[in-house]
Design a protein around this ligand. Structure first.
Ligand SMILES: Nc1nc2c(ncn2[C@@H]2O[C@H](COP(=O)(O)OP(=O)(O)OP(=O)(O)O)[C@@H](O)[C@H]2O)c(=O)[nH]1
Ligand SMILES: [Mg+2]
Length: 630
């Protein structure tokens, strides 16, 4: 294929761009290809149903033409059964769409052509210019599969190219065709007459084509089966899942200890240096007590967040997650939910927002609503700084046998969230009426060895998101909170710390009445207000408020020693219980409204979650006061 004779005519403004839609079965590598074409970082993972909404990006061909690329949720047929499949159907069939599709790149998993071929024929029959990208050819080759590409191309009447979407030089052939098409125009799809008009059973047709084009079948992949025999074992399977999760939380504490100490020392030294450099006054207080104390108290948790995501990324890439869902299905369905809820709930451990979006893959509307309502109870990564701060300050860093005590408590908090979710789902199920059990029909992808480069990119992306949050919303709230905590200044000759006379001090003392029964003091009450926007902001807010409340010997940039000397253990435990439930995240509430299309549902979530948070804190505080005799 020669593209050198194409005159380079870069797209001009106002000239509509040609658009390419990536279509195919779930988990065939569409998003990996989209990322490679457009340089984006959309989520890629080894299970079906990762992409649940349309994503758009741009790419420039070698000849300077700009193309509009659309990534779509995976589909099994052109008749949608779930919300995410509807998105793809609309993109392909809606003639009134803003961006009509000029070219379909059908991305097929080459190791599983059998499952793809009927849909390929149906897509060809739509009549759009179409290319077939046979992806994952690296795996197909490794398993000894041989496909006659030339024959497949003839049979289908469309161009067929091999791709390896996860390798930087794995999509050369596809790029060549796109280059050519971008300047010469998209050729008609010759297969559409064949498969569109005859409408002969494409199932029979696909079987015939398969028999012809597959020259050598892949070896039955015994390694997959061996691993499955172990991880899906009726007796050992579940303990293996618990051990994996348990190890993950242990690592969050033990591996992060050293880098956290470095960051803490670095922030402490910066604070002290600036405190000696700047003259005593407003500026020094703003920089040291407002900004450094606020941002510093949250940034130390970066290593823990990255370790947590390291495990999440490995679990996602390896192909283990759907196995875990499969195992949970039997157990969960006997209590409350279908196993379909498992992956959305598991995604919520990273963040409830994509978790709630992933419920689009759940067919049963009632199951979907219940999953949306309990997703905020899964411990998201924004809770980690809060939990970790309190655990670090109150739970001794000891090992009990093989286990780190702090990791054990963290694991307990995650379990509490899961337990609460199961209970709430059970109650909601009773309230909404019993469901018929729908068995989990989920394909188990083959295991992939996670590529460290991809994991590193994924971690970098998390670090970037975290640092952007720190330098924008957390920075802004720290400054705002410093202003509101410093003014009005106390009248002449008063004793005590200035913050008590400020807006924040006064407001805190007002709210204290409401939160006193659950053991919170006014500083916590104040921190919970900006923490409504996002949980981790509560930590930076505590950093600023305590830096300004401290006097004399108490002065310290690090927050943990300050709270451990100021709070009782029941207060700390009560705050932990609060954060298991409280819906302190605007983004989650917004996505609940959007995905359920109902304000009522959002307010229901707010009321029930705050209600549970208050009750849980009340019980925790009083029971622990009683037990500790305080
Ligand atoms: N070995 C290999 N792995 C690949 C290739 N392309 C994608 N993958 C992996 O396959 C898995 C699925 O990739 P995705 O891009 O998320 O698949 P998708 O088609 O977008 O999936 P959905 O969004 O669920 O429809 C991921 O683990 C990728 O890293 C490839 O060419 N070779
Ligand atoms: Mg995808």
């Amino acid at each position: 294929m020669n593209h050198t004779d194409c005159k380079s005519t870069p797209s001009k403004k106002n000239v509509p761009l040609h658009s390419i839609a990536l279509v195919g079965n779930p988990n065939s590598g569409k998003t990996a290809l989209f990322n490679r074409l457009t340089g984006s970082h959309q989520k890629v993972a080894n299970y079906a149903g990762v992409t649940v909404e349309r994503k758009e990006g741009k790419m420039t061909t070698d000849t300077g033409q700009q193309l509009h690329v659309i990534d779509l949720p995976g589909i099994y047929s052109l008749t949608p059964l779930t919300k995410d499949e509807e998105v793809t159907q609309t993109a392909l069939l809606d003639k009134t769409a803003d961006i009509p599709v000029d070219l379909i790149v059908y991305v097929a998993d080459a190791t599983n052509l059998k499952r793809n071929l009927k849909l390929i024929l149906d897509v060809i029959a739509l009549g759009h210019p179409t290319i077939l990208a046979l992806n994952m050819t690296d795996l197909a080759r490794k398993r000894g599969q041989i496909i006659d590409l030339e024959l497949l191309q003839q049979e289908l009447g469309i161009p067929v190219v091999e791709t390896i979407a996860i390798e930087s030089n794995g999509i050369g052939k596809l790029l060549e065709i796109l280059n050519l098409y971008a300047c010469n125009g998209f050729p008609a799809n010759a297969g559409s007459n064949r498969y569109g008009s005859e409408k002969k059973s494409s199932t029979l047709e696909s079987r015939r084509i398969l028999d012809n084009v597959i020259k050598k079948h892949a070896d039955t992949y015994t390694l997959n089966q061996k691993i499955d025999a172990l991880v899906l074992h009726p007796v050992f399977g579940f303990p293996i899942l618990v051990i994996i999760l348990f190890f993950m939380f242990q690592a969050v504490f033990s591996w992060a200890e050293v880098p956290m100490e470095w960051i803490e020392n670095g922030i402490g030294a910066t604070g002290e240096f600036l405190a000696t450099m700047l003259p005593d006054g407003i500026l020094r207080s703003l920089v040291v007590d407002g900004i450094i104390a606020g941002i510093g108290s949250i940034i130390v948790f970066l290593p823990q967040i990255l370790i947590l995501f390291f495990f999440i990324l490995i679990l996602e890439e390896s192909g283990y997650l759907p196995r875990a869902a499969f195992m949970m299905d039997k157990m969960m369905s006997s209590i409350v939910l279908s196993g379909h809820a498992f992956i959305p709930l598991l995604s919520s451990f990273a963040c409830a927002v994509p978790g709630i979006m992933a419920t689009r893959t759940i067919k049963n509307p009632k199951d979907r609503i219940i999953t949306i309502l309990i997703a905020p109870l899964m411990t998201c990564s924004a809770r980690l700084p809060v939990y970790s701060l309190i655990i670090g300050a109150f739970i001794p860093n000891r090992t009990i046998g093989l286990f780190n005590l702090q990791g054990l408590v963290l694991f307990g908090l995650y379990i509490s969230g899961i337990f609460a979710a199961v209970m709430v789902a059970w109650v909601l199920n009773r309230l909404l009426g019993k469901n018929d059990y729908q068995p989990l029909l989920m394909e188990l992808p083959s295991y992939h060895l996670p590529r460290m480069r991809n994991i590193a990119i994924g971690l970098w992306e998390r670090a970037r998101i975290f640092l952007i949050r720190v330098s924008t919303i957390i920075f802004a709230t720290s400054v705002l909170l410093w202003v509101l905590s410093s003014y009005p200044v106390p009248p002449e000759g008063t004793t005590g710390t200035a913050i008590q006379y400020s807006f924040v001090g006064r407001l805190g003392h007002l709210i204290e009445y409401i939160v006193q029964p659950i053991g919170f003091n006014w500083q916590i009450a104040v921190a919970l207000i900006p923490g409504m926007a996002a949980r981790e902001i509560a930590v930076s807010a505590l950093g600023t408020v305590y830096a300004l409340s401290a006097s004399g010997d108490d002065l310290s940039i690090t927050l943990a020693p300050l709270i451990s000397s100021n709070w009782s253990l029941p207060t700390a435990l009560s705050l932990l219980a609060w954060f298991v439930f409280a819906p302190q995240c605007f983004a989650t509430l917004g996505v609940i409204r959007r995905e359920t299309n109902s304000w009522k549902m959002m307010f229901f979530a707010i009321i029930y979650l705050f209600g549970l948070a208050y009750l849980a804190s009340l019980a925790t505080y009083h029971i622990s006061c009683f037990l500790l005799d305080q």
